[in-house]
Design a protein around this ligand. Structure first.
Ligand SMILES: NC(=O)c1ccc[n+]([C@@H]2O[C@H](COP(=O)([O-])OP(=O)(O)OC[C@H]3O[C@@H](n4cnc5c(N)ncnc54)[C@H](OP(=O)(O)O)[C@@H]3O)[C@@H](O)[C@H]2O)c1
Length: 267
């Protein structure tokens, strides 16, 4: 059986023409790019590794849409500007942008260094802002367009070994909340994505057992579904996130006790 044809048959035509997905070389971003492509969307796929993007394009050669590899570093704003200017010149702006690229570098308090933390924040927060600025400006001028920003449930409250990562994701959640309010009444749709644990090279480095771990393909389906709803936050898996949201409203004394107990490693 031709698996590409069966994949196409099971995918509904999606409501976007072109999408830009950052961090599409592997993990959640690659799975989102694949879902979009199967749904007939032409995807600009970005990451630093050109090889990974070419492989993705080749793997999805038969899908209903297309994958165009656009290797870039989100920390380099000149590369982002060149890309968005080329869309302006060729009238080929995406109508959906998913700013998913990010990194994680877990470390305990005694290993915290400014350099390490700033490097992580630079990718997750500053890199996302580099991509967001020209897109937001264009969408506001046009009064249309859809943006989704990849945060994490790790941004809800502080978690062990995730001081810098959690700070970067909390900043993104707050940024999205503020922008959502600023954009109220416009036709620019902005959403935040807060997944629980998804099995990818990023979480492969975790040494603890990850509750409710999802596969990237399932996470991508959740994202695509969420993008089509009127919700602000796209979050999954639902039951795990429900508990985390409850933890979010606990007073610090209870919160610290519970999380310490749940994450104790026996050291
Ligand atoms: N996995 C989870 O459980 C989980 C949960 C919640 C949120 N998230 C978030 O979801 C996003 C994707 O995570 P993932 O698990 O799929 O991670 P991953 O497997 O490590 O993939 C990250 C992707 O981002 C790209 N990337 C990293 N730094 C970049 C940069 N400076 N410029 C351009 N591209 C860059 C990587 O490609 P190159 O290295 O080639 O650039 C790769 O394609 C991240 O923002 C992460 O924080 C993940």
């Amino acid at each position: 059986m031709n698996t590409h044809i069966s994949a196409q048959q099971t995918h509904q035509k999606l409501p976007w023409t072109r999408a830009w997905v950052t961090g599409a070389g592997r993990g959640i971003g690659a799975a989102i790019a694949a879902e979009l492509c199967h749904g007939g969307v032409d995807v600009y796929a970005s990451a630093r590794s050109e090889e990974a993007l070419i492989q993705l394009a080749s793997d999805l050669g038969q899908c209903r849409g297309s994958i165009t590899p656009i290797p870039l570093d989100i920390c380099d704003d000149t590369q982002i500007r060149a890309l968005t200017e080329s869309w302006q010149q060729t009238d080929s702006w995406p109508d959906l942008v998913i700013l998913n690229a990010g990194t994680h570098d877990p470390f305990p308090a005694r290993e915290l260094t400014a350099q390490r933390s700033i490097q992580l924040l630079n990718t997750n927060l500053n890199g996302t802002l580099n991509c967001l600025e020209p897109v937001l400006k264009h969408y506001i001028d046009q009064d249309r367009g859809q943006i989704a920003i990849m945060a994490s449930v790790a941004g809800y409250r502080g978690l062990p070994t995730a001081a810098a990562y959690g700070a970067s994701k909390a900043a993104l959640i707050n940024l999205c909340e503020a922008l959502r309010l600023d954009l109220a009444g416009s036709n620019v749709k902005l959403q935040v994505i807060c997944p629980g644990f998804v099995r990818t090279p990023l979480t492969d480095k975790n040494t603890f057992s990850m509750p409710a771990l999802m596969e990237p393909e399932d996470a991508a389906k959740e994202v695509i579904g969420g993008l089509q709803c009127e919700c602000f936050e796209i979050t999954f898996p639902k039951r795990f996130v429900y508990w985390l949201k409850l933890l979010r409203i606990l007073p610090y004394s209870w919160y610290f006790k519970l999380v310490e107990k749940a994450t104790r490693t026996g050291k």
